[in-house]
Design a protein around this ligand. Sequence first.
Ligand SMILES: C[S@@+](CC[C@H](N)C(=O)[O-])C[C@H]1O[C@@H](n2cnc3c(N)ncnc32)[C@H](O)[C@@H]1O
Length: 237
Amino acid sequence: MPEIYNPSSRLEAEKRFYSDIVRRYETEVNRFVPGYTEEIIPLVVGEVIKQAHNGAILDIGSGVGNIDEMIIDQGNPQSVDLVEISGPMIEESKKRLKEKNSTIRFHEMSAIEFSAKSESFEAILSNLVIHNIPVLEKEHLINNIYNWLKKGGIFIWTDLVNFSDSAELERCFEERKKIALTMGATVDFAEENFKKEREEDHMITVKQMIEMLKKANFQDIAILWTKYNEAIIRATK
Ligand SMILES: C[S@@+](CC[C@H](N)C(=O)[O-])C[C@H]1O[C@@H](n2cnc3c(N)ncnc32)[C@H](O)[C@@H]1O
């Protein structure tokens, strides 16, 4: 069945969800994504710096720019391009990165509309973003990412994932909800978050992510980390 959706209202809903929480984003992401600060961020930053410490980096769905800040502070990138659909999020990242002595370009747009020359980047990362994008557009984006990478460049894809057994996904939602509430999330926001994940997001399984990467011609695809319904995959051009 083809997906039926209205792209402009879907994009507006996505923008609204993230724009509304910009000031408390880092608090909420730590509540709702177990392992975010202690495990995901160091792993992603470490992989990007290892591959591209003085190369060109693209961050797709850069949020408040916290990952880019660490990449700039810990590495010495030639440039960092940030693509982000939410205006308030990109404003926050501009404030955060304004003192950095680095070439930084901000692109306020959907990843689907972003374009770059072939072979522009040593590393591309997308952290907890692509689950927002419907499957056909996701495929198009993954093909673009392959095209934008230099030969030997890496793509670090961190995302919320689905399972072939829907009961397993529900168990993850329940466990993540308990953790979020224990960490101080409100019941209302927990409901809003998991309603979005259940009804509006477009999570795919790790197997489907790998198939999509293979179809786009990526090599050396490795699952670096998983926890609940979260995964980090590295793929090489
Ligand atoms: C969960 S946040 C992750 C932010 C950041 N990457 C991080 O790891 O903290 C998802 C981000 O993706 C952005 N986003 C959602 N859909 C997008 C799209 N189609 N194109 C670009 N950014 C998008 C949201 O506005 C939000 O800032």
